[in-house]
Design a binder for this molecule. Sequence first.
Ligand SMILES: Nc1ccn([C@@H]2O[C@H](COP(=O)(O)OP(=O)(O)OP(=O)(O)O)[C@@H](O)[C@H]2O)c(=O)n1
Ligand SMILES: C[C@](O)(CO)[C@H](O)COP(=O)(O)O
Length: 221
Amino acid sequence: MKYYAIIVAGGSGNRMQTETPKQFLLLNNLPVLMHTVKAFALSDSQPKILIVLNQEQHNYWARLCEEFNFRIPHQVIAGGTERFHSVKNAIDSIEEESFVAIHDAVRPLISKTLIDSCFNKAVELGNVIAAVQSSDSVRMLRADKTSALKRNEIYLVQTPQTFSLPVLKEAYRQEFNNSFTDDASVVESIGYEINIIEGERNNIKITYPIDLELAELLLKK
Ligand SMILES: Nc1ccn([C@@H]2O[C@H](COP(=O)(O)OP(=O)(O)OP(=O)(O)O)[C@@H](O)[C@H]2O)c(=O)n1
Ligand SMILES: C[C@](O)(CO)[C@H](O)COP(=O)(O)O
């Protein structure tokens, strides 16, 4: 079986509020994105790695690779306006029959075990996404009123999100709409059921400044 990993790193990191986009910030003296790519390169599945970067950052990334002597083979793909368009650009570049894991560059603590489990489960079931259950109680806000939800029915979705290539190609032929917050929502909208695999509590998405501090602590443990 052929495997691909699409690492999406084409965002601008508005919520992080740093001049340097968060995927390039240093985490334990190595850019966040390099931690993420390393995890995939260390996995048994040995996927071909596609890194999606805003066109304006391609030279910057090349310089970082030199500076950090980063030699993991990968292909760089141009990013798009939304995460959806960045993923689509990468999917369009894949031609051989394969399973494709899509992963946020800003989830650098992913383990190689979870990466391999996602590929294996996707081959068995057709698709799989990593998710964890909420440890907090959960409420829904509707028409100015909140109501409790059954938290054992709620999953917090992570990446990797792994699919067979034909399904991804079919799903990403659609126009973008705002309800597409991840790859599973895109694939589900054309009628596929999505399977869940237990994610990892450490697999945090670096979104706000506190997340980078947390990631530093988690790496040291
Ligand atoms: N046009 C975009 C937008 C996002 N991403 C990537 O998708 C992942 C998850 O997105 P998010 O955490 O929202 O990153 P940003 O869009 O950079 O952050 P913000 O929403 O705070 O601006 C990140 O690795 C980000 O680089 C991407 O490849 N292309
Ligand atoms: C794909 C994702 O990480 C799953 O939790 C999430 O939906 C990305 O959301 P963001 O607002 O683009 O960070």
